[in-house]
Design a protein. Structure first.
Length: 303
């Protein structure tokens, strides 16, 4: 039943690969040999508790969300009378959802940049750098294809089908730092059906573990405070404010829609303003990771 749900309902979703992974890893692995009508509320609670006890509260929240969606789909197809997820509260079982506020500071950005240097960094080097430089979500970059990138025009157009907003998002990639990372990936373009990175099957956790290990080694064996890929997006957005980019432009740079009446009456695309913002941020990052030499010159006193 779960595989049918995946084929009929999940396959077309923007985040299908992540949803499928959780359903197969948590739901099918646990309940795969049982009839859907035999799953009880106690089974659902045990599932959530088990994932929380393993130290992954947000994964438990996601597993409950997708279980609820699966059972609701089954009810809609008259395959189930009542969902075992009814009256199962994630807030009571897991606690309130944490609002992440983590951003990487200048020293951490410089450390990340050093850890992603050279061919030995593999694809996770440009992956991490491009997330920081463009502010896109990890899946938006991870599933990018070369057909979306026009290096001549300096544009990467992410189609609406891959965007959370269901609208295309244009990322200017003409800034030297961004273009350099894309050019670094060009030798891989013949692999993986035209995907820019990792053949379209990036193992985000494994890549993050490798990057953390390199950063820790470069930091004298001391790991930096815990962070996740999405924190680079928050660092990018916070950084735009830091360098003086207007809030409405900064929001458009991360593909957030304009709010209120602005989204109705203001149909201007702000392409030039966005291009300036991306270039200014890329230059700021370059100044952080390769600071300008000290221009103060000691002068000898004339006698």
């Amino acid at each position: 039943m779960a595989e049918t749900f995946i084929a009929r309902h999940v396959a077309t979703k923007r985040t299908a690969s992540n949803i499928v992974s959780i359903i197969r890893r948590e739901l099918i692995a646990r309940w795969g040999d049982r009839r859907i009508t035999d799953i009880t509320r106690a089974d659902v609670i045990a599932l959530v508790d088990d994932i929380v006890d393993r130290g992954y509260p947000e994964a438990a929240r996601q597993a409950l969300t997708y279980a609820r969606s699966l059972f609701s789909w089954a009810i809609g197809r008259d395959l189930l009378d009542r969902a075992p997820t009814d009256h199962v509260s994630p807030q009571k079982l897991i606690g309130p959802k944490r609002i992440r506020r983590r951003v990487l500071d200048a020293d951490e950005i410089a450390l990340l940049w050093r850890a992603t240097e050279g061919a030995e960094a593999g694809y996770f080097g440009p992956f991490a750098r491009l997330l920081l430089l463009t502010g896109v979500r990890r899946s938006e970059l991870g599933r990018a294809t070369w057909s979306e990138v026009d290096l001549g025009a300096g544009l990467w157009t992410i189609p609406a089908t891959r965007m959370k907003s269901d609208e295309p998002h244009v990322v200017p990639v003409a800034a030297p730092a961004i273009a350099a990372e894309l050019m670094r990936l060009l030798p891989m373009q013949g692999k993986g059906r035209g995907y820019v990175l990792g053949g379209g099957a990036i193992h985000y956790v494994r890549a993050k573990d490798r990057l953390d290990a390199r950063m820790t080694a470069l930091n004298g064996g001391k790991p930096i405070p815990s962070w996740v890929w999405h924190d680079l997006r928050r660092s990018y957005r916070t950084g735009l404010s830091t360098i003086g980019i207007e809030p409405h432009i900064a929001e458009l740079c991360i593909a957030h829609r304009q709010r209120g009446l602005h989204k109705v009456y203001d149909q201007h695309k702000y392409d030039a303003e966005k291009r300036h913002a991306f270039a200014a941020w890329a230059q700021h990052v370059m100044n952080v990771v390769t600071p300008l030499p000290d221009k103060v010159v000691s002068l000898r006193k004339v006698t």
